[in-house]
Design a protein. Structure first.
Length: 241
């Protein structure tokens, strides 16, 4: 977006988002991947566009990742859907009582998130899963608009990895939330509290559910469940608050 826009609701934002072509390198990459495909998915039609967030528009808990995977979200059109990272995340969400099923394979597979929305600072699949700073900054307008719409209900945020942690703090600061100084450092299990007009918002850090972390044992499903459970409790999900 060339200038910051305001949207009526998340549906309008998502509709506009999927037509974005602001980053030439990401547009070229996502569309090339969608044409060439991975052999295992050769018979499937790839999404090949920006991937919107998933979850209810009155979510109390927000999960912020990094960017869609080339053959996951960029293929299926849904965040963390159809790849190994998603297998870990949705298993943990199910065990924490935040998802209706422990897997997410395609749009229309029956998945429902409870009080939880998933989004990312970058909505297009980047080469080598590494968006540039310029691409992050261009896409930040979408995250800003999404968090602005969610502000009335969101009470806690889980960031998957340092990229999501930094983007989340930066965006909430731009929305008028007071972020502690010096800036809190990311770490698995870390947390910090933001304040605005007497309201509090707790941010939780979790290692990203990437294969690099999960295959090496640095991150387990149980570790993700622990963070999600703490965040859900902070958000008042399932507690009657």
């Amino acid at each position: 977006m060339a200038t910051r826009e305001r949207f009526r609701d998340l549906a309008e934002l998502d509709d506009r988002l999927i037509g974005c072509r602001a980053c030439p390198r990401l547009v070229e990459w996502r569309e090339r991947v969608a044409r060439e495909k991975r052999r295992a998915f050769a018979d499937q039609e790839y999404w090949g566009r920006p991937v919107p967030g998933i979850g209810p528009d009155d979510a109390r808990l927000l999960i912020v990742g990094l960017a869609p995977a080339a053959h996951g979200g960029n293929r299926t059109g849904r965040m963390f859907t159809g790849d190994r990272s998603g297998d870990v995340l949705f298993s943990a969400l199910y065990l924490a009582g935040l998802a209706s099923q422990p897997h997410s394979v395609a749009i229309g597979d029956g998945l429902e998130l409870f009080g939880t929305r998933i989004t990312a600072p970058v909505h297009c699949a980047p080469p080598q899963n590494k968006p540039t700073i310029d691409e992050r900054d261009r896409c930040s307008e979408w995250l800003h608009a999404e968090l602005e719409l969610l502000a009335p209900t969101v009470r806690s945020v889980v960031t998957l990895g340092g990229f999501g942690w930094q983007s989340t703090l930066r965006t909430f600061s731009s929305l008028g939330w007071t972020v502690p100084r010096p800036l809190p450092k990311f770490g698995h299990g870390s947390s910090t509290t933001l304040v605005r007009d007497g309201a509090e918002l707790e941010i939780f850090g979790c290692y990203h559910v990437s294969q690099q972390n999960t295959f090496t044992g640095r991150l387990t499903v149980e570790m993700v469940v622990e963070v999600l459970t703490a965040a859900a409790r902070s958000a008042g999900i399932g507690t009657g608050e």
